[in-house]
Ligand binder design. Structure first.
Ligand SMILES: *Cc1c(COP(=O)(O)O)cnc(C)c1O
Length: 392
């Protein structure tokens, strides 16, 4: 038997030893709290749509949980990014720095502003934007003009950056805040994957001008579909609420809209799910951490890869458990994906890198060596918090 088969087989049996025989999904939601009660309340009250007490309560609950001063609940995480970028001042033809290693929503939202994604490399420890490499790159490829950061080769303004907290592991946000400050670039944090993750004790998404969350079905908690913008800036919060609710001026009966707005408000029905899910977030996070501990023990004696660990000074939500192959084992990735999926264990590689996708192939980018290496080495393994019940 060659080594390649061995590594894949070892991983298959180690995962089975943690999650049972399967089949097992990558990440599935669970509804074990007040979901039925709150959804029934919506139906009984007939407030199922854009107005209702759960939409307001969900925002208050998000404020209480994240420590952000304001939260605006919207229809999904992509819409949250779209509006956050607009409110960060991103205009048509601006460039926005974004990791090449991210889910496509981050880059799509930049395109919705008619702006141009500009791809940044990642660092191995966090999988997020590489701070020092970005600083060097900006130093040699941009100049400051009237307080704006201008890309020398395209002549376009680099208006914002969107660091993303990959799989729930916080990015080096202090380092990026310093770069953003020195180069006059706004930060919108894509915290879609990191609800419950903190950096030096502070919740992710609360460091930049705005942060965005997602409550899609595969995330740590779900509202079916949903998202939120969080911010400490009251005027941004007011603007966000206004343009996500069709920019309608308050009036008892008149329909007066003072700009082109969006119908992005999170419906009350979805928010009802969100309130119930948020109540269970602490126990879900504990379950996810315990699952990590079990994988750690199961993988302890295996060689050729590591389980991804939260960065120092950070507390990760461990949204997706991830193994990272040693660089010299990267060629085994597809065998491992095949062996695990064939034995009923749903595993996935990281997203195809943004600059390798047709819509973004021509976008500006820095050297992306690390992102390209990581893409060959990362594999997500079953991560649902309810998997713990199987082993109990
Ligand atoms: C899930 C996710 C989003 C937002 O997704 P929606 O499905 O629109 O809620 C954005 N960015 C990243 C990195 C994500 O994982």
């Amino acid at each position: 038997m060659n080594k390649q088969v061995l590594l894949a087989d070892q991983i298959v049996s180690a995962i089975h030893s943690v999650v049972g025989a399967g089949p097992v999904n990558l990440h599935e939601p669970s509804f074990t709290g007040n979901e039925w009660l709150y959804v029934k309340e919506c139906l009984d009250s007939t407030f199922v749509s854009s107005v209702g007490k759960f939409s307001d309560r969900f925002e208050d609950d998000l404020v209480a949980y994240t420590g952000a001063k304001h939260a605006v609940a919207v229809v999904n995480g992509t819409a949250a990014l779209h509006i956050a970028l607009m409110l960060a001042g991103v205009k048509p033809n601006d460039e926005v720095l974004v990791p090449a290693l991210t889910f496509i929503a981050t880059a799509n939202a930049i395109s919705y502003c008619s702006a141009i994604p500009h791809f940044v490399d990642s660092e191995e420890a966090t999988l997020g934007m590489a701070t020092d490499k970005l600083r060097d790159y900006l130093q040699s490829h941009t100049h400051q003009k009237s307080g704006q950061c201008v890309n020398i080769s395209t002549g376009k303004v680099i208006r914002a950056m969107v660091p993303m907290h990959t799989y729930g592991h916080p990015v080096d946000i202090n380092g990026l805040l310093a770069v953003a400050h020195d180069f006059n670039i706004a930060i919108v944090e894509d915290a879609a994957e990191s609800l419950g993750s903190t950096y030096h004790g502070q919740h992710t998404g609360t460091f930049g001008l705005m942060g965005t969350l997602s409550f899609n079905g595969n995330k740590t908690i779900t509202t079916g579909g949903g998202g939120a913008i969080i911010t400490n800036d009251v005027s941004i919060a007011r603007r966000a609420k206004h343009i996500t609710t069709t920019a309608k001026l308050p009036h008892a009966w008149e329909f007066i809209h003072d700009e082109i707005g969006y119908n992005y408000r999170l419906p009350n029905l979805n928010a009802a799910l969100g309130c119930a899910q948020l109540e269970q977030l602490p126990e879900k996070l504990i379950a996810k951490r315990s699952l990590f501990d079990l994988y750690k023990v199961a993988f302890e004696l295996l060689e050729g890869f590591k389980l991804l660990v939260e960065p120092a000074q950070c507390h990760s939500n461990y949204w997706l458990q991830t193994i990272i192959l040693n660089a010299d084992q990267a060629h085994h990735r597809d065998d491992i994906l095949k062996a695990t999926n064939e034995s009923g264990l749903m595993t996935r590689p990281v997203w195809r890198l943004m600059h390798q996708l047709k819509p973004f192939a021509k976008c500006p980018r820095m050297d992306l060596t690390m992102a390209e290496q990581l893409a060959q080495r990362l594999i997500n393994i079953p991560s649902s918090p309810n998997l713990l019940k199987i082993v109990e």
